[in-house]
Structures are given as C-alpha cells and as structure tokens.
Design a protein around this ligand. Structure first.
Ligand SMILES: [Fe+2]
Length: 328
C-alpha cells in the first residue's frame, strides 16, 4: 500500500493478541457510511420489478422468497432466506468500501506490508464461472474483487436453529465481514467458535486448500471437498466444549476472521434483514503456499508483528468481543 498511513486504522497489541488467540476480531465504526448506504441501495435496486419485497415495508422482509422470485444464478441468489448478490463484486464503490485504506492497513498489519493481492475494478465477479465442484456451490476463490452481498431475510417463525458450522473450503488468508445495517444479537450476523482456528489448522492436509474429489453421476455418494477424520472429530469436540459467539453490530462495523476458524451465518430470528458484505484479503503468494502442509508455526505466513505479539488481553476486552466464558 502506498501513501501516508499514519492516520489509518491500526490494531492495538491487545486487539492483535485477541485475534491471534480467538481467530476473530470485531472492529467498530470502520466502514464509510455513505458507501454503506450506496451498497444498500445497490442491493435493493437489484430486485426484479414487482418483487414482493418492499424496502419501505418491513412486513414484507421475511423469508422465504416465493417460488417465482427464486433464483439460483450464482451472481444473484434468492432462495428461502438467502439473498446474495455477486454481480457487483468488482464495482468501484464496493471495492472502495471494503478495500478502504483503514481495512487495508489492518490487513497489511496482520498479513505483511505490501503483500496484499489488489482487487481488479470491473474485473470478473465471483460466481461468473466455476462451481467449487461439479454440481456444487460457487467457488469463492474465483473472482477479482469482493465476495459479495450476503443478506439473510428474517424468519418470522423464529424457530430456525440450523447448525451449519464449518470452515471455508477455498484458499484465502483473512476473511472480513462488513456490516451494512444495524444487526441485533439474534439477527444472524456471524457466528464463530473462538479459538477453533488453532485446533482445526493442524487437522488439514493442506495449509490453505483442501483436496477435492470429482463428481460422477453413477457414483454420487461423494463429491467436493474432503475433510480429514481428524477435522471432523475436532469440529465436533469444539461445538461441544466451546461457547459460540454471535458477532453482531451496527452499520459500519466489521469482523475479521482467520481462514481456519469454524463459523456460520447465524440464524436470523430478528425482525430485520441481515445486511453484510463478505470479502477475503489474500496475500500475493497464496498460490505458492496453498498446498503446503500445516506449518509447525501456524503464523508462518503472517506478519512479524503477529508472530511477536504475546497473547494478553483483559477480561473486559474479551467480554466486549462477546466472550463471556473461558475459551478452550
Ligand atoms: Fe463459510
């Protein structure tokens, strides 16, 4: 990154320590409000004409999308409670929102100065081509910009409690969730299992990527990514012994998260649409190290500052990050 960075957002040692220990970090009031508003406008403008969803009528904001408005186009998904838009992923305003100087400064602080892969304005959005595996979901690794808008309609029955805890299967370094509206605690912004990145990282065969198995019509029982048995066992243990944290917040907040952190989009049992943007910050050398095995030092590819940071933060700080019980 070039230019004067002296006034840019910088993590404190306590914030870096918390990220290192827990694999996520909530930062308040980071995103530009005008760009957040522009992002919301862009999403609403993408609805088909005559949609049942009326921006000014909250009574219409509940799941599911009716059949005639359902879309499985990877660039524009509307199904049940999911409302995703990826066709705007490389538009300049969205790049300006997420690749803002403050977030880039923080990403460089964690991943190393001058090492970030830059986005390509007007490049190829994620979802333009290439499912993760035949018949599988869109591959988030293919795309020149932001992952896209991942909105979740509220569930009027408020009974949804689906467990979809997972780690992402594609290679990336640092995840970011940008919050575009005020999302209450039961609004499903982002659920994480603190510390799970340290326990899951060594269970993988590859440091950033995962082996994949082809799909055959006549042998349909297995396809897509392969999770080692050690991973499945550890994830099960984590869900049993670790209190999940439901990250939520206000317009402009962000959540940073480690690539091997167990997470899920939380259930939206509130009365407002969960409105977030997802992005991956990647290092330019991701391709040269994605197939390496997990390293003895799991922070091998992270900045010297991260490596040198001793894990120390206050109980109050942890509580502010949503941790009310001891982790691990
Ligand atoms: Fe995920």
């Amino acid at each position: 990154m070039t230019g004067d960075s002296s006034n840019r957002l910088t993590l404190t040692p306590e914030q870096t320590a918390f990220f290192k220990e827990n694999g996520y970090l909530v930062l308040r009031d980071v995103l530009d409000r005008n760009l957040c508003a522009q992002a919301r406008d862009r999403m609403w403008a993408s609805l088909p004409e005559g949609s049942h969803l009326k921006r000014d009528d909250p009574d219409t904001h509940y799941a599911p999308f009716p059949d005639h408005e359902t879309s499985d186009d990877p660039l524009y998904i509307r199904r049940n409670e999911r409302w995703h838009l990826r066709e705007a992923s490389t538009e300049q305003f969205l790049i300006d929102l997420i690749y803002c100087p403050d977030l880039c400064n923080v990403a460089e602080q964690l991943l190393g100065e001058g090492l970030l892969q830059p986005p390509v304005p007007d490049g190829e959005p994620m979802g333009s081509r290439g499912p993760a595996w035949p018949g599988g979901p869109t591959d988030p690794a293919i795309g020149d910009g932001v992952r896209g808008f991942y909105w979740t309609l509220p569930d009027r029955s408020k009974t949804a409690n689906v467990d979809t805890a997972h780690t992402d299967g594609h290679p990336f370094n640092l995840g970011v969730i940008g919050v575009l509206n005020d999302v209450p605690e039961d609004g499903g912004a982002f659920t994480v299992w603190p510390g799970s990145h340290r326990r899951l990282y060594p269970t993988f065969q590859l440091q950033y990527d995962q082996p994949r198995i082809p799909y055959y019509d006549h042998m349909p029982s297995l396809k897509g990514i392969i999770n080692p048995p050690e991973y499945d066992a550890e994830l099960k243990a984590i869900k049993e012994d670790t209190q999940a944290v439901v990250c939520h917040g206000k317009e402009g907040d962000v959540v940073l998260w480690h690539h091997r952190l167990a997470h899920m989009a939380g259930n939206n049992n509130s009365d407002v649409i969960r409105q977030v943007v997802l992005n991956d910050f990647n290092r330019k050398d991701l391709d040269t190290c994605r197939l390496d095995p997990p390293q003895e030092n799991m922070w091998h590819d992270w900045s010297g500052e991260v490596n040198d940071t001793a894990v120390s933060y206050s109980v109050e700080f942890a509580r502010d990050q949503g941790i009310t019980s001891k982790v691990d």
